[in-house]
Design a protein around this ligand. Sequence first.
Ligand code: GLN
Length: 551
Amino acid sequence: MSKHIFVTGGVVSSLGKGLTCASIGMILEQRGLRVRLQKFDPYINVDPGTMSPYQHGEVYVLDDGSETDLDLGHYERFTHATLTKDCNYTTGKIYLSVIQKEREGRYYEGKTVQVIPHVTDEIKAAIHQLATDDVDVVITEIGGTVGDIESLPFLEAIRQFAIDVGRENCVYIHLTLVPYLKAAAELKTKPTQHSVGALRQIGIQPDFLICRTEQPLPADDKDKIALFCNVDKKAVIEERDKQYSIYEVPLSFVKNGLDSLLVKRLALKASPLDLTAWTDMVDRVINPKHEVRIAVVGKYMKHRDAYKSVYESLDHAGIAHRSRVSVVRIEAEEVGARGADALLGGVDGVLVPGGFGMRGIEGKIEAIRYARTRGIPFFGICLGMQCAVIEFARSVLELEDANSTEFEKDCDHPVIALMEDQHGVTKRGGTMRLGAWPCSLEPDRLARKAYGVEQISERHRHRYEFNNTYRDAMEKAGLVASGKSPDGQIVEIVELADHPWFVAVQFHPEFKSKPTEPHPLFRDFIGAALNRRETGRTTGIDGASAKAPTP
Ligand code: GLN
């Protein structure tokens, strides 16, 4: 039987519940346990796929094509848990299912359909669904902050859940903030007491408190929190802000004995902890030997989380080369206004990530032209790949009015066009080409060199694609399709034959990178950028390869 860990948050939002869950998953996995993680989001959208990155940050895509909360990205980066559409529920998705059942008229036997028990039953079913024979621990994160009206049905459901499966099989962890008041020169425990009070009012007594704090949490304060919140002293865990990296969080949990406490409390059969690979990875983060500057030219640069997985993947690639990756965030529109030279001078690599809509397109194209003509390593992702194709068509094929039909419906040269099966699609939610699709790699190209295999699988989220009418002309002029769908119809990767490292992909490699297993394309992109920086030389696919100095 699977055991359950429920993680709630109090005092303020943005405390890092997702990271906490991911870190708990990681330390349990390193004790030989099989974990699955799940997030409940209290908003009404059925999934985040229709929300603006400004609202919500990145939309994280899973293999099965579900568009999910970015916390699932943390779960995947920290653990090897298999995540599916069942790992992210919103209030909207729960209600949609309840309402559909009510309309079918078969499920509720003529009863009045209510939040309790029908909505809470639906939530509990979503939790049970993950508790399969091959899972030792299910970790469930409740989005929002305790005290919000919206998260109440979820909290009520997890309260009931312990009655259904036995309190001894469930652990409640509450994440709170212990602020430091400069004027008083003191840490304050009162917000934590109030937040736990609010939880207890709805019937949940937390077993563990994880206290986010900027300052070390002294034993006195821990004791006070334990006493007032009715938890064991050992179960008050400090989670201090990390100096270098989020990847230090699981290590500090282990230092506080959280893995052993959880194993004991849930009577789990665990093996000894093995942190070798993780500790080595963190050491590489803390003690880099090289540095590289990468410009990310996008549209939502002010939102820290809009390209979350891209930034993480760049860090992972840096870890592989023992290199710090300094990201220069550039608003694409600025490139148009101030010129590529002013903004991109001195960077070692340029990355253009995914996106939607017209704004900033010309700036992205200009940045790509700058990288292409100066031999600066370039990595294009999804929209970034589409812009690279447009740039090449305009500059090299001299098709002045080349564009994507997303931006100019009736352009003379639609080098990027709506995919065949997108014609007639009118609904926006969940209707793009989504999730994992196979891709075959051409021999002797940069992509193939990076992956080292012939067939790969990568995740997608797009409606437009490379227009095959132009494939021959592009290839003859030097922009080759180095990765295609197995039937050869969809161009998945393009690269430049005579450039040190210029690779652009229709898919989203950033969703498959882990700090301990960096994505091969990100790794080689950073390798090429390092090479450019440290040797001043750039080597192409026929040269000695774009490998960085020995890590
Ligand atoms: N807007 C483009 C498309 O739909 C690119 C999407 C993306 O970058 N995720 O094809």
